[in-house]
Design a protein around this ligand. Structure first.
Ligand code: FPP
Length: 247
């Protein structure tokens, strides 16, 4: 959910106003995703690196999180949204931890859409904590394979993401869902997060629908090629100009 700060600056307002608008966008996008039958939505709300931001911005984000939960939790719950948290809650303040754990508990009977809020999250942290948990559970090195490690990742309850959307114009992953996104389709947009809405979500989904997912195989368009033929087919260019590699 990148671009809150720039959205505010464009309006000559403090960055916090952008984060507040970001919460409003998030609530609408969750609704739009549920309406479209999307079962899992995972958002990057606060990374393990975001603590480096000015103290005023960090404390503003923490306060905003508490306000957002008290303002929107009842509605989200009524809409069938289950909230789950991915991230290291051991090192956040007890107030934040209790609020996030409370939201999880409060919505645990819902299943229409699972909204995972990545908070104090980093993809590398997730891989390391999974290795530690596997070791603590007594998994021997020879037994450790991909499905086994996946069981210890924080989001083991969710399927791997089909579509990874980044707003705000940057073209990088910034340590989000590194393990889980191995075969995700990527959609990068200049749209700043507070402007992201149902129509923008539809654009991302439409782009996703045009992709050919091969998961390392040759896929339907590669069938019938000779073993050495069609080397250029390893790259596909989508209508939006994005290029997907064959591996
Ligand atoms: C990145 O935009 C956004 C964040 C670091 C926070 C995203 C948070 C929300 C959408 C609100 C919900 C979450 C909480 C924790 C209340 P940026 O600030 O880096 O924007 P910029 O790149 O334009 O500066």
């Amino acid at each position: 959910m990148d671009g809150n700060g720039r959205w505010a600056r464009k309006r000559l307002m403090p960055r916090g106003v952008g984060h507040k608008a970001g919460v409003d966008a998030l609530v609408k996008v969750v609704q739009a995703a549920a309406d479209r039958g999307i079962g899992y939505l995972t958002v990057f709300a606060f990374s393990s690196e975001n603590w480096k931001r000015p103290e005023e911005e960090v404390s503003g984000l923490m306060s905003l999180l508490l306000v957002a939960l008290s303002k929107h939790l009842t509605r989200l719950k009524a809409d069938g949204v289950r909230i789950r948290i991915a991230g290291d809650l051991d090192t956040v303040s007890p107030r934040i931890r209790d609020a996030l754990r409370g939201a999880e508990k409060d919505t645990e009977d819902n299943s229409r859409l699972v909204l995972t809020v990545a908070f104090n999250y980093g993809g590398r942290w997730d891989i390391v904590q999974a290795c530690r948990a596997a070791m603590a559970a007594g998994v021997a090195p020879a037994e450790l394979d991909e499905p086994t490690l996946a069981r210890f990742m924080t989001m083991s309850y969710a399927p791997d993401p089909d579509l990874f959307i980044r707003t705000g114009g940057e073209v990088r992953l910034s340590n989000f869902l590194l393990w889980q996104s191995a075969y995700a389709e990527f959609f990068f947009t200049d749209c700043l997060w507070p402007d992201f809405d149902a129509a923008e979500l539809d654009k991302a989904v439409a782009s996703f629908a045009r992709r050919e997912r091969r998961f390392g195989d040759v896929g339907a368009s590669g069938q019938g090629e000779g073993a050495l033929g069609g080397a250029d087919d390893d790259l596909t260019c989508a209508d939006d100009g994005s290029v997907a590699g064959g591996r």
